[in-house]
Design a protein around this ligand. Structure first.
Ligand code: SAM
Length: 247
């Protein structure tokens, strides 16, 4: 059917593409790709020859309008990112919104996603979780972001770059204490897939002992505890509410 297909692609292991994803990629008119060279490798592996068009951070807005016009005219367009689910810390969201605004159907074609894959094997609570994407690269902003995390029983999920992970773990220690339980998933679905689980200090020492941390990383924090300061602030605000009610 005409419309926009948001197609998930593997995050490492090429077997993690679905039969439906392959059929859709084969049969659409065009594939909008974050990086055409990256997607070309995938298409070549599966013998798919559908024409590609680039769709990334820098032309997302302009391209969305262009592609929305094609969609209105009845085209079938797939959107893929370099890896995983489009729209999740990746381009795709604007195009979906543009298609919806143009009255065009949008079809999710679900598949691999690093955050969910890391979460389900982390051993941390999957009942309630919050996905934050990437933390700020600057330390001050990163600490503020950590301090601002919700403290009411949700597992926190972050994407992090290998060259920043040790600094980030230092900040996690500083804000939540050395004993804060975390899980770190590296190179998911790939040959050197690895999980490190335990108090942040321990995971951090394990990583620090390596000459170089490489690969793609998902960082998860177990639900964080109310700190004394935050607790005092929340008690104060409850008292204020009660006082108001009395007046
Ligand atoms: N759209 C993708 C998804 O659905 O997971 C995420 C794209 S985001 C630009 C890339 C980040 O996702 C990486 O820096 C890393 O934090 C995480 N990631 C992607 N693939 C991964 C893998 N195989 N193992 C661990 N983390 C991965």
């Amino acid at each position: 059917a005409p419309g926009l297909y948001l197609v998930a692609t593997p995050i490492g292991n090429l077997e993690d593409i679905t039969l439906r994803a392959l059929r859709v990629l084969r049969s659409v008119d065009r594939i909008a790709c974050e990086d055409t060279r990256q997607t070309q490798k995938l298409l070549h592996f599966f013998g798919i020859q559908t024409p590609m068009v680039s769709y990334h951070m820098h032309n997302e807005f302009a391209r969305s309008e262009e592609l929305a016009a094609e969609l209105r005219a009845g085209a079938r367009i797939a959107v893929v990112s370099d890896a995983g689910t489009p729209g999740i810390a990746d381009p795709g969201g604007h195009l979906a919104a543009a298609a919806i605004a143009a009255g065009v159907p949008v079809f999710p074609v679900p598949g691999a996603n690093a955050a969910i894959s890391a979460l389900i094997a982390s051993g941390l609570s999957t009942e309630r979780f919050t996905f934050h994407g990437f933390l700020p690269a600057k330390q001050g902003q990163r600490r503020s972001a950590l301090e601002a995390l919700e403290r009411s029983g949700t597992t926190h999920i972050f994407y992090e770059a290998p060259h920043r992970i040790l600094d980030t773990l230092t900040d996690v220690s500083a804000v939540f204490g050395d004993a804060q339980p975390i899980a770190l998933a590296r190179e998911l679905t790939k040959l050197h897939e690895e999980f490190l689980r335990g108090p942040v200090k321990e995971v951090s020492s394990t990583l620090a002992a390596r000459s170089l941390v490489r690969g793609e990383i998902v960082l998860l924090l177990a639900p964080v505890q109310e700190t004394e300061a935050a607790e005092a602030a929340s008690i104060a605000s409850e008292v204020a509410v009660l006082q108001k009610a009395e007046n």
